[in-house]
Design a protein around this ligand. Structure first.
Ligand SMILES: Nc1ncnc2c1ncn2[C@@H]1O[C@H](COP(=O)(O)OP(=O)(O)OP(=O)(O)O)[C@@H](O)[C@H]1O
Length: 230
């Protein structure tokens, strides 16, 4: 589902954020992306979303080589990628329902179909009863679940999350991770950038580690002690 071949990213101004990064993720796999602040995690996610282009190497998502993708085709690629942010970026002047419906409205899905799909997504995250509320009335963990419902309402085959549990306590973080695991079990590829080492160890999943723009683990399949960072 995701393939990086010797990818480097050098920003204008000269900073090299990624250098020779290669890894693959298969369909339905869940992996963490970790590394110190400034290691290049957000840059890697932005290359997958085509918010940035690589300076060298190939990025292939869903079998499509993204380097030469014409600008006008970027929205079509993005429709296949759900994105969850730490600060969930919800609109507080709209209901929970309307927040989740947004990605469907921009792609012109018929009205009846929107209702059905939004409720299915809210049901998956356990918030069906709160569709008429304003996100401001919800707890931090519930708001994050609204963000996840919005990210999956289009049924994307790929889900990216950038520090999705950054503001949550350990129990709520575990709930959110459990949701991500459920999506991967039905075939969604899930890549989660996170600093939360305790949670990552607990879940015992593949860990891709960046250090100064280079991938230090996770590209091959190293021994378990390397994979889980014991
Ligand atoms: N648009 C940009 N222009 C120039 N340099 C940038 C740009 N975006 C990021 N960088 C630099 O690239 C490096 C990697 O940044 P990136 O945001 O990918 O790291 P990160 O691992 O996500 O960090 P954090 O955990 O702090 O979010 C940093 O040194 C950053 O300053």
């Amino acid at each position: 589902m995701i393939e990086f071949e010797k990818v480097s990213k050098r920003y204008e101004g000269g900073h090299t954020a990624l250098q020779g990064v290669s890894f693959e993720m298969s369909r339905g796999e869940l992996a963490f992306l970790t590394g110190h602040s400034g290691a290049g995690k957000s840059t890697l996610l932005k290359l997958i979303m085509v918010m940035e282009r690589p300076s060298a190497g190939n990025v292939i998502v869903g079998g499509q080589q993204l380097n030469a993708l014409p600008r006008r085709q970027i929205p079509f690629i993005r429709r296949h990628i759900g994105v969850v942010f730490q600060n969930h970026q919800l609109l507080f002047d709209r209901t929970v329902f309307d927040n989740v419906a947004m990605p469907l409205e921009v792609t012109g899905v018929p009205h009846r179909e929107i209702g059905r799909r939004v409720r299915a997504a809210l049901d998956k995250v356990g918030l069906l009863s709160k569709e008429k509320m304003n996100p401001i009335q919800l707890s931090g963990g519930e708001q994050q679940r609204v963000g996840i419902a919005r990210a999956v309402v289009n049924k994307p085959p790929l889900l990216l999350a950038d520090e999705p549990t950054g503001n949550l306590d350990p129990a709520l973080s575990a709930d959110i991770m459990h949701l991500f695991e459920q999506f991967s079990q039905v075939g969604v590829t899930v890549l989660i950038a996170s600093h939360d080492i305790a949670l990552i160890r607990h879940l015992r999943r593949r860990v891709l580690t960046l250090s100064n723009g280079q991938m230090t683990t996770g590209d091959a399949m190293p021994g378990e002690e390397v994979l889980y960072g014991h």
